[in-house]
Design a protein around this ligand. Structure first.
Ligand code: SAH
Length: 238
């Protein structure tokens, strides 16, 4: 066993898993996971020590030889930095023992992702990394909805965790296409807002999974509890 090596033999490989359908990983990403000794995945710690992980569900379908290790992040965000440091240290320890380490993110690695927090820590310690991108959820969602996202001189903006419906409204006024991520943060009535804003939209939850739900009809969102894995695309006015 190479446990006393204390040197990095392989770069840490970040792998984007794609947004939900396990087949939407790149060939390169899957090969990296198949060759890894250890794969770290994000998991959310809930009450009573329970954890849930969307990424783990995808990973399990690949039947990897690697040991799968969770990076635990609590639901409430105050102590998030501490948890990133714990995850970072575990990953670094494995890498410095000469293991082939992969770290996965749901969707893409650098798009509202855990990996975006870990990357500066690797850089600061001169830990070598290689990044293999994944398909972000909004890109897959546009394909599911068969929506051209932007054409010609149109522009697009992405907002996440909007503070208010007026922030969404302003974005819609200013841009041809608007993607809203983490939209479930607005607990008030999305259905009412969508009826009033007079712009076509595509709502999707759990894209690419058996629980996928989509609609372009605001009435279907009345009284619907939106999960964390939901987003909305407002399409071009034309
Ligand atoms: N790295 C991911 C984004 C993670 S942030 C990516 O590249 O897409 C989490 C947010 O992404 C969720 O709140 C939701 O808005 C969106 N999201 C991720 N996966 C999704 C899916 N399968 N279906 C719908 N929305 C999804």
């Amino acid at each position: 066993m190479s446990s006393t090596l204390n040197q990095q033999n392989f770069p840490i490989t970040g792998v984007g898993l794609g947004p939900g359908d396990a087949e939407l990983i790149t060939v390169k990403g899957l090969k990296a996971l198949q060759q890894a000794d250890v794969v770290y995945y994000p998991a959310t710690s809930k009450n009573e020590g329970r954890t849930i992980s969307y990424s783990l569900k995808i990973l399990e379908t690949y039947h990897l030889k690697a040991q799968l290790k969770p990076m635990l992040f609590p639901m409430k965000s105050q102590r998030r930095v501490e948890y990133y440091e714990i995850a970072y240290k575990a990953i670094r320890t494995d890498a410095l023992q000469g293991l082939k380490v992969a770290v996965v993110s749901e969707g893409d690695l650098l798009f509202y992702s855990t990996f975006g927090y870990l990357l500066p820590m690797f850089k600061e310690d001169s830990i070598k990394c290689e990044l293999i991108p994944g398909i972000p959820a909004f890109i897959h969602s546009a394909s599911i909805g068969q929506l051209p996202l932007v054409e010609e001189q149109e522009d697009m903006t992405v907002i996440a965790r909007p503070d208010s419906f007026s922030q969404v409204e302003q974005a819609i006024e200013e841009h041809s296409t608007v993607v809203v991520m983490k939209m479930s943060i607005l607990k008030d009535d999305w259905a009412q807002f969508l009826k009033s804003c007079n712009r076509s939209f595509f709502y999707i939850e759990k894209a690419g999974t058996p629980e996928q739900f989509t609609t372009t009809n605001a009435a279907e969102l009345e009284n619907r509890e939106m999960p964390y894995f939901s987003l909305i695309i407002f399409t071009s006015k034309n």
